[in-house]
Design a protein around this ligand. Structure first.
Ligand code: MTE
Ligand code: HPA
Ligand code: MOS
Length: 781
């Protein structure tokens, strides 16, 4: 059952902000008409690049014999690091990511060289013919060992407040423990791809599948030794990205551009799925150690938490990712005393990168595991422990451990609402009764909340630009710095422009995101795409509207306050003119019908030295109830039902928002259940394809999935139409599935035995946890 709230604007103009309009490419997606990078037809002499990958984890390259590669059929060029005219390192924030291996191997699957051939198949085949001799170096693959040796890519960051020693000394109880969460492959449907087209002025045009066109532009320019003004990156859409194309798309753009630069011909590069798995970064696996002090009623008094992100071989975005884990280690809970250290552990694997939630899920899950342990230790329902610790306006329990004050207290009422609509208490009783008479099949239930901070924690990224053209027929071309990856950003931003100018959506065409239209853009990430670009586009629309208003007032001889844009018309006192006719008239009177727009998020700051500030403009909230059934003899389980309530403020588009919530929830469930990455002792990723790496299938979605958008809850901050970001927060609702599985396992024993369930809770781990419970109970009798 889906509950769509009433559209806010009930007037006739189709598709204004608030309407549940379908995705602008929905039909194209399902008919195959929507084109992706690899669908783009190049000139007849287009070449194909393919990388040759390393087959050890760590070591020096003694020799690389590429003669067989060079002589292979169809091969036109073979490129190594020495052939790069400009920068050899494409590290996005810090150095550490060589475009092509430069004498040493830093992970299994690293790009050593590139073959350029006249077909994709010829390039791929030739890439396998290299003879590489290595002098291996001992590699670090285990995060706990690397942590013990302080093998880090970046220094540790610390956030603390309150008197932790006192909290530990005075609380009723204390618990210590360790927890692991696994990585996650983004598994976008469209793999990494780029096509570079050399320009006649020595410049380069790159069609890329990237969340960050401007960074791609900068790096291509640096690699080719060109000014940025000679490089253009164009992105019409991605077939999914999920963070995996925030920095990790750059390498393929740079390689295609390098090959095109050398040959003077267009070059395409598309990774085969197994190589995409091996050569690109994933969600950071995390290891944590905690000591929590709490009272018998479940109130947390103090938390000492060490969060260790497994970053792989380079910094990439890990500084910001581990910071975001630390910013979310409180989740929705007030921590009177806290000491949180975030380590950036280096391992000799591919460098881990952004994935929906950007470290937030890992920090939040570490905390939710602690809540579960506290619940078992106190014998309380985990929901009561959660509610007891929520931030509240009372008694000063409203400030995070990094000093941001919680201003919109939504989580309490939201959870209360979901508890009722999902019938939590009655189902809890039913499940207890069921479990009492069912020795093998055990059911489990959990309600988990989410509070997710919205804004890039890197302050300067919180800006956006837009470019808007009105043509003389009244049609409108919209361009902004955000990229479309399936989330519906182009639709939402167009709705915003339609609302501002009061025109029908059919008038507006959103053109591909290009660095030559809107420069110096931020990645489309941190769920901020519509917040930032929506505001920038509105700014541009307001400029044009203001010029048209002034013009119409003069033309019709009325005051500006009498000019009203409504339903495709512009009313001037008693008179009225169509938007298109007004555009034509304004053109004849030499009024500019083109404008740029700009936005920067207000109010945000974070002093990293003091570990204090207001990094987030606001928080998005949500909660989910999941019910599972576990077969305690096999460890298999199934999600039976999920009920979700998500705070999206005043929704820009309820249909798209519900799609994001459903998809995010299922993706989060996959992270915590079936998706397991396994690296061998040689550093090779053994789960490098869908046959061994199991993402949720349609059959894994529950028969009952209720999604509600929290009604009547506009953002109290002045965001675009008082909406809230929705891209990442719902992923963390998947934590409820993990907690429900743990709950089912716990029913095998009494509250003295606390299930330890690392993530992902694969059937294997579930079975072992069940066995632990059974052993405990045997020892008691
Ligand atoms: N939805 C789809 N369909 N495909 C994607 O790749 N990426 C997610 C989320 N939803 C993604 C998605 C991630 S990681 C982010 S940060 C946001 O979308 C980015 O888009 P937004 O800021 O416009 O919400
Ligand atoms: N989220 C996503 N991507 C980012 C961030 C963030 O907070 N900071 C830098 N890149
Ligand atoms: Mo999303 S992980 O911020 O690209």
């Amino acid at each position: 059952m889906r509950r769509l709230p009433q559209a806010r604007n009930s007037r006739a103009t189709a598709g204004l902000a608030g309407h549940p309009l379908r995705h602008e490419s929905a039909v194209g997606h399902v008919t195959g008409q929507a084109s992706y990078v690899d669908d783009r037809r190049g000139p007849a002499d287009t070449l194909y690049a393919y990388p040759g990958l390393s087959s050890i984890a760590r070591g020096n390259i003694i020799s690389m014999d590429l003669s067989a590669v060079q002589c292979a059929p169809g091969v036109v060029d073979v490129i190594t690091s020495n052939d790069i005219p400009g920068h050899r390192d494409i590290g996005a924030v810090f150095p550490g990511d060589p475009l092509l291996a430069d004498g040493e191997v830093l992970f299994y699957g690293q790009v050593l060289f590139v073959v350029v051939a006249n077909s994709q198949l010829a390039a791929r085949r030739a890439a396998r013919l290299a003879q590489v001799e290595y002098a291996p170096i001992d590699s670090h693959l285990d995060v706990e060992e690397a942590l013990a040796e302080a093998y880090f890519v970046r220094p540790t960051h610390r956030q603390s407040r309150g008197d932790l020693d006192r909290a530990q000394a005075t609380a009723d109880k204390q618990l210590t423990g360790e927890f692991h969460s696994g990585g996650q492959e983004q598994m976008y449907l469209e793999g990494q791809a780029a096509m570079a087209v050399p320009q006649d002025d020595g410049g380069m045009l790159v069609y890329a599948s990237t969340q960050h066109p401007s960074e791609g532009q900068k790096l291509v320019a640096e690699v080719l030794n060109l000014p940025m003004s000679k490089v253009t990156v164009d992105v019409r859409r991605m077939g999914g990205a999920f963070g995996g194309k925030e920095t990790n798309a750059n390498q393929w753009s740079c390689i295609a551009a390098l090959a095109a630069h050398r040959s003077g011909r267009s070059v395409k590069l598309r990774l085969a799925r197994a190589d995409d798995f091996a050569a690109t970064g994933k969600r950071h696996p995390f290891f944590s150690r905690y000591q929590v002090a709490f009272d018998n009623d479940g109130t947390i008094k103090g938390l000492d938490l060490e969060l260790a992100g497994n970053c792989g071989m380079s910094p990439d975005l890990s500084d910001a990712i581990v910071d975001r884990a630390m910013f979310h280690a409180d989740n929705c809970y007030f921590l009177p005393a806290a000491d949180i250290r975030g380590h950036r552990v280096r391992t000799d694997t591919v460098s881990h990168t952004a994935f929906r939630g950007f470290g937030g899920p890992q920090g939040m899950l570490a905390m939710e595991n602690i809540i579960e342990q506290v619940a078992t230790a106190t014998g309380l329902d985990p929901l009561d422990v959660r509610k007891r610790n929520f931030y509240s306006a009372e008694d000063g329990r409203d400030t995070t451990h990094y000093g941001q004050k919680i201003e919109q207290h939504i989580i309490g009422p939201l959870v209360e609402r979901l508890e009722n609509t999902a019938n939590y208490r009655a189902r809890r009783q039913e499940i207890s009764a069921f479990n009492a008479q069912s020795p093998v099949l055990k059911r489990g239930l959990a309600l988990t909340p989410v509070k997710f901070g919205i804004s890039f924690t890197v302050q300067h990224l919180n800006q956006a630009g837009a470019l808007l053209h009105v043509y003389t027929d009244g049609s409108i071309q919209l361009n902004h710095g955000g990229t479309e990856m399936g989330q519906g950003l182009y639709t939402k931003v167009a709705q915003i422009v339609a609302s501002e100018l009061q025109v029908d959506m059919s008038r507006i065409t959103c053109t591909s995101t290009r660095t030559d239209k809107v420069p110096n853009t931020s990645p489309t990430a941190a769920s901020s795409g519509s917040d930032l670009n929506g505001m920038a586009a509105r700014d541009a629309a307001r400029k044009i509207k203001s010029r048209l208003t002034t013009f119409a007032a003069g033309h019709f001889g009325v005051s500006e306050s009498e000019i009203v844009f409504e339903q495709g018309e512009v009313k001037a006192g008693q008179e009225s003119i169509s938007f298109a006719d007004l555009a034509q008239l304004a053109y004849l009177q030499r009024i500019s019908l083109s404008a740029t727009g700009f936005y920067k998020t207000p109010k945000i700051h974070y002093n990293r030295d003091m570990a204090n500030g207001r990094p987030f403009f606001y928080y998005a909230y949500g909660a989910a109830v999941s019910e599972v059934v576990v077969d305690t003899l096999t460890g298999e389980y199934r999600l039976l039902q999920a009920d979700i309530c998500q705070d999206v403020g005043q929704s820009l588009n309820p249909a798209l928002d519900i799609g994001q919530i459903e998809g995010g929830f299922i993706q989060g469930m996959g992270w915590l259940t079936s998706e397991e990455l396994i690296w061998g002792e040689d550093g090779r990723l053994q789960t490098a394809g869908p046959a061994s790496y199991k993402i949720p299938a349609i059959s894994d979605t529950p028969a009952t999935l209720n999604v509600e958008l929290l009604p009547d809850s506009p953002n109290t901050e002045a965001t675009i139409f008082h909406s809230k970001a929705v891209g990442e927060p719902p992923l963390m609702l998947g934590i409820s599935v993990w907690a429900a599985i743990r709950d089912a396992i716990g029913s095998l024993a009494d509250h003295r035995a606390s299930p330890a369930l690392n993530a992902p809770a694969t059937p294997e781990r579930v079975l072992l946890a069940c066995a632990d419970m059974q052993k405990f109970m045997e020892r008691q009798t």
